[in-house]
Design a protein around this ligand. Sequence first.
Ligand SMILES: [Zn+2]
Length: 426
Amino acid sequence: MSDSENLAELLELVEADSHLALLLEDVFDENSILGRLLMVNRAQLFPSWDHPFFELKLIFWDNYRAKETTEKSVIDLEQRLRKIESKQSPVTSVVNFEQLMKDMRDLITYYFLKAVRANADLKDLVDIQDFNFLAVKRTVRDYESIVDTLRKIADELSDVKSIPDENVRKAIEKLKLGLMAEALGQILKSSSVLAYSTQALPLFGQAVKESLMRAQGLTGEEYTAAIDYMHMLGLFEGCQSIFWCENCRDIRQIYWSLSMIDPRHANMACLRCGKPMPAAIAYRPKESVIRCVDFKDGFLTVAIAHLLKKRNIQFQYSVKGTHERDFVCERKTERVLLECKMHRTDTSERGIQEALKKDIAQLTEHSKIPLEEGSTIVRAVLVCNYSPDIVQRLGEPILESANAKDAPPLSMVSYQDMQELLKELG
Ligand SMILES: [Zn+2]
């Protein structure tokens, strides 16, 4: 399936879901809190830990402020006591299923061949001239002849550490971790099962939340408002929360819940002493939201495509030529090129400048290539996920110094100026 078909399919999904459609339109509003929360590189929203294959596709919220005192937090103590920070913590969870399946296939193939090689009868079967079903039945009889071989393999698998081949050992360990993560995913989906190891899951998100707020300049209140809005739009389908009392230090009061909670309603009082309890919540976005965030060319691309479609602006996506171009919009007889970039926003100014420099060079290159039927690009625009302030301060000077000889007029806009741009195109 080509990328443009993938996008078309995703757009249909968006159109069928008015809440999701609203989210994709809302992010373009001036200073939209949803835009500021979501217009980040996907690795910022869903970072991976320890291992590139593991990530939590969750959005976190908490109102927990670690006090700058020597006093030990109740929740920290509890975490230590329960060893939920052990290696099997949910931090290393939620899997890349393609990789999981690949590992599984590799292991099945490996052990299948190993079984054949270890068993003389089976080995003979591989070599016999007249290979057929009856020959196989005759050899394996009631599987008596291979039971021993299979048992040895089962023994080996039950004690992973004893496996001599390091690669096999690693593959099995990864698979086990993956299957555990799958179980965790199921737990988050279900409303009745509460597994001990996932109880502290919401707490792991505090660092992710803090880093998003820092990079996007969101205050605590704005962050809460953004989560609240997503909750209101029904864009979350799973939720796990933890509440604890910092006042009750002898008999610790800790409560877990899988009920859907609005961050604005997370002001629970301790059942023992009545003092307000801090809370941490992990929200699991709906599958369709995750698909938009996970889209190969980024969330911004999906949102722009939706906007173009809504405004009845004709466009071609991922136009194949010598180079791949994002969008070519048709305006009467003219063609305008739009390229979308979703960069990390938690980098230095230098990093941003480097990224924009590369983008402009690419935009220049792509804008010079003639389209089919001899038509050409009359204007090329780079749409990025940086704020208008950054585009103006760091982007404009790069644009001015770019060597854009023979290229059509080039410009650079923040996603927040998309509506303005569309007025010009429409
Ligand atoms: Zn209390």
